[in-house]
Design a protein around this ligand. Structure first.
Ligand code: GLV
Ligand code: MN
Ligand code: MN
Length: 425
């Protein structure tokens, strides 16, 4: 098998479908596709057509995730059918603001191409492809909403989380045509699943530095996200001496630099990615600063210890500067180990596709839907080299040659799991 050529399921086809999906964007100048938006609906429709062409029957679930499925014998089968347990391949279709075209989408399209290659192959399990609806958390702050629904981890506390326009998650569900009280229907039963395998760009420099097109993932970092609101007092920029100021933005600035200092002293990552200031006028001392904080750690313990330090620093700064600090946690996902058997299958697929005697295993500081899916099934991942390690940026790039090798490796990984399952029957 080879990823060469330009027909359905080839590497070129995968690259072109990733290009196609950029049309479904809320911005004319950039790619942005968030959960439960008109673009989400349009992307689902486009991807659905490719799933059908690959021999899968399709269904959008109660949380807006798009599923395709074939039975073990290759016959298209309605997702949700209680047939043989399924091996699920996929990734997500939502994006960050001003995104690249491969983060998520590549994994969905590549999974469809693999399903197409295997359409005439009898497997010892059903094969499903999923396009998860919200991995990034761009719209509501809480990431992994799609895969949390699919893994039965929906939390009713999320319904009232609002987007930047004040639209709550509940309202967005209704606007999209989904029934909030049916979200539980999206939950998958572990007995119906063989595993979840995702192909994704690495989003870091390790594979490129090692001059390797592919690697298998050993674990995914644990993450937490917060909104930190600092309230001071908005007053006249000319009439208020420094001794009388309670400047929320200066307090926030101190906190941002302290967060970086604290994180640099650990092996965790901390990022303040958004800052909003009120009233936001040139001649008014900022009365309010709201910032987001994204924390990641290889272990949950390391990540939580860093949060304790940041929280203490925040309260100290607030006290020194006479401002109030309020903290809301918007997202928490545990660090996730990829299952040994799926690591082995992906490594075997890479070895088969590249002819390499040794394959590279690496952990993922970036978050993935597998973090949620691990609650209901084994998860594994294949990483593809991306140029300059850049992601969450329009310059995100993968080489078509690497996609060709990934297609071979991912197909071989599925076949390795099929052999393993047949042997243990
Ligand atoms: C998803 O891309 C994340 O790691 O935030
Ligand atoms: Mn991403
Ligand atoms: Mn992603």
């Amino acid at each position: 098998m080879s990823g060469n050529g330009s027909g359905f399921g080839s590497a070129r086809w995968v690259m072109e479908r990733c290009d196609d999906l950029t049309r479904h964007s809320s911005r004319p100048d950039a790619l942005e596709r968030v959960y439960l938006s008109p673009e989400h609906s349009a992307a689902n429709l486009a991807v659905r057509a490719w799933m059908l062409d690959a021999g899968l029957d399709t269904e959008t679930d109660a949380a807006g995730n798009l599923w395709g499925r074939r039975a073990a014998d290759g016959t298209p089968q309605r997702p949700g059918t209680r047939g043989e347990p399924a091996l699920v391949l996929g990734s997500h279709l939502d994006t960050v603001p001003d995104a690249g075209r491969y983060d998520g989408m590549l994994g969905v399209v590549l999974a469809i191409a693999v399903a197409h290659r295997l359409r005439d192959v009898q497997l010892p399990f059903a094969l499903e492809v999923v396009g998860f609806s919200d991995e990034e958390g761009t719209r509501f702050g809480k990431a992994l909403l799609g895969s949390c629904a699919a893994s039965g981890q929906w939390d009713a506390a999320w319904w009232d989380q609002a987007d930047a326009d004040g639209v709550t998650l509940r309202e967005a569900f209704l606007q999209f045509g989904l029934a909030p009280d049916r979200v539980g229907d999206a939950a998958r039963d572990p007995a119906d699943l063989v595993g979840y395998l995702e192909a994704h760009i690495e989003q870091g420099p390790v594979l490129e530095s090692a001059r390797l097109p592919l690697g298998y993932v050993t674990s995914i970092a644990g993450a937490r996200r917060f909104v930190l609101t600092i309230t001071g007092e908005a007053r006249h920029a000319g009439g208020t001496p420094f001794s009388r100021r309670r400047d929320a933005l200066v307090a926030a600035a101190h906190l941002v630099t302290r967060i970086e200092e604290l994180a640099r002293a650990t092996d965790c990552l901390a990022t303040v990615g958004h800052l909003r200031v009120e009233p936001g006028a040139v001649n008014v001392i900022p009365g309010l600063a709201e910032l987001t904080l994204d924390l990641r750690g290889r272990t949950d313990g390391g990540r939580d210890a860093l949060w304790e330090q940041i929280s203490a620093a925040g309260h100290d700064i607030a006290q020194e500067r006479g401002v109030k600090l309020e903290v809301v946690e918007t997202h928490r996902a545990p660090s996730t180990a990829c299952a040994e058997r799926l690591q082995a299958a992906v490594a075997a697929g890479i070895a088969e596709a590249t002819g390499a005697a040794e394959t590279l295993g690496l952990w993922s500081p970036a978050g993935h839907d597998g973090m949620a899916m691990a609650a209901v099934t084994d998860v594994g991942m294949l990483f593809l080299r991306c140029r300059d390690g850049i992601s969450h940026h329009p310059d995100e790039h993968v080489d078509a040659e690497d996609v060709g090798v990934a297609l071979d490796a991912f197909t071989e990984a599925v076949l390795a799991l099929a052999r393993e399952r047949e042997e243990t029957r």
